[in-house]
Design a protein around this ligand. Structure first.
Ligand code: PLP
Length: 399
């Protein structure tokens, strides 16, 4: 996945354009910038990549999720349904707005279980945030139906699934708003950065203003702009956007490499009867950023993880005991360890976390191994990794 593996001349050239005129900011300074508008250019490239009418770049993927929710009017006391398996950014982005994250189970797609979503809906529910984890997707048709039937917003976090598609549409472009991250380890990187995409003009205008202090961006005298509503600063810089502009042009190349490496690894494991792959919903095509598979139980999975470590097969994880990606170890959330007071509404809204049963999610996450697909591997490296993984899994199954 990480685009930084192939950082090179193209990235340097784009960054140098910015360094040469010295305008590091994306807005204003029209006369000084020699026609270089890297953030604007990247936004228009991303409109094509994601087949979306509007793109707003922001400072991170986490900011993208917060800005997306804020732009659609989600805020204090609103409930946002999200999966138990994701990155901590999901609940951070929700709580920053004073909204309440409602965690629900995943299914064999490793994404939101549509039935669990339906059961979690209350009168306070405003949005469903689907997170397309590890290069693939949840059952989007079913989730869209639940959202339409209950008049809920569907926000799609596709930070880990750039390049995947569902019924021919890019992941991220299916919900009412989509969110991407271009942090250092994502498929395309800006160093730090993110994007909100939408076909809704009003949400886009809101995102554009909100991410830049509420400035209305009317005319070309920045100092004279007015503020139709309160905003914040989630801007991306020209330097970051310049890196992303080089990387997005290389996305087809990155995706082709990912797919090739993914297929070699998948084929090597596919005739081990105890190995099952994550379910990809009908109509879905993975981005191939990760290969995900299930083993029979937690004990075998732990043995395989140990074997992989010993065999120096890196970048494979089981998330059961992981504090970045799975509910079980999110003790700072469960214990509400915050630097500053949290509203009583959110405190009360999160009490369910102390008692809610997530054994349905455990059932999948305990048995799952997720392997990052790198871009810099040679074909020999992938093949030798594949045969090592195969042997390690077979040994663990026999013992
Ligand atoms: C990386 C990531 C984010 C956050 O992105 P940052 O740019 O690091 O803030 C959000 N959601 C998911 C699923 C991610 O993988």
């Amino acid at each position: 996945m990480p685009g930084f593996e192939l950082f090179g001349d193209l990235e340097r050239k784009e960054v140098n354009d910015v360094l040469e005129n010295g305008v590091l900011m994306r807005y204003g300074f029209d006369g000084m910038r020699n026609g270089h508008w890297k953030a604007k250019e990247l936004e228009s490239e991303l409109q094509n990549t994601f087949q979306s009418k509007h793109v707003q770049l922001v400072s991170s993927g986490t900011a993208a999720v917060s800005v997306a929710l804020a732009s659609a009017g989600v805020g204090a006391g609103d409930e946002v349904i999200m999966p138990t398996f994701t990155f901590v950014a999901s609940f951070e982005a929700i709580m920053m707005l004073g909204a309440i994250p409602i965690l629900v189970d995943i299914d064999n797609t490793l994404g939101l279980n549509p039935e669990a979503v339906e059961q979690a809906i209350t009168t306070k529910t405003k949005a469903v945030m689907v997170v397309q984890m590890c290069g693939s997707m949840a059952n989007m048709d079913a989730l869209q139906k639940v959202c339409t039937n209950n008049n809920l917003l569907l926000v799609e976090d596709a930070c880990q699934a750039i390049g995947g598609t569902y019924n021919g549409k890019p992941l991220g472009s299916i919900g009412d708003l989509g969110c991407f991250s271009f942090d250092f380890v994502k498929t395309i990187t800006c160093g730090e950065g993110g994007a909100v995409i939408t076909n809704n003009k009003e949400y886009y205008t809101n995102a554009d203003h909100y991410s830049d202090h509420g400035h209305d961006h009317v005319g070309n005298d920045r100092g004279a702009e007015t503020h139709p509503f309160l905003g914040y600063n989630f801007r991306i810089s020209e330097l970051h956007a310049a890196v992303g502009l080089a990387q997005v042009k290389r996305l087809p190349e990155f995706l082709a490499i990912q797919k090739k490496n993914f297929n070699i690894l998948r084929a090597a494991l596919s005739d081990i009867p105890e190995v099952t792959f994550r379910t990809v919903p009908e109509g879905g095509v993975e981005s191939c950023a990760f290969l995900n598979f299930f083993l029979p139980d937690l004990e075998i999975t732990r043995k395989v993880i140990q074997g992989l470590k010993k065999g120096k097969v890196d970048a494979c994880w089981n998330y059961y005991d992981n504090s970045w990606h799975y509910i079980r170890e999110w003790n700072h959330l469960k214990d509400l360890k915050s630097l500053y007071p949290i509203s009583s509404e959110v405190k009360k809204g999160l009490e369910y976390l102390k008692t809610k049963d997530f054994s349905k999610s455990d059932h999948y996450i305990a048995r799952n191994i997720s392997c990052l697909i790198k871009l810099s591997w040679t074909e020999d490296e992938v093949k030798s990794r594949a045969s090592k993984m195969r042997e390690i899994i077979k040994t663990a199954l026999k013992s």
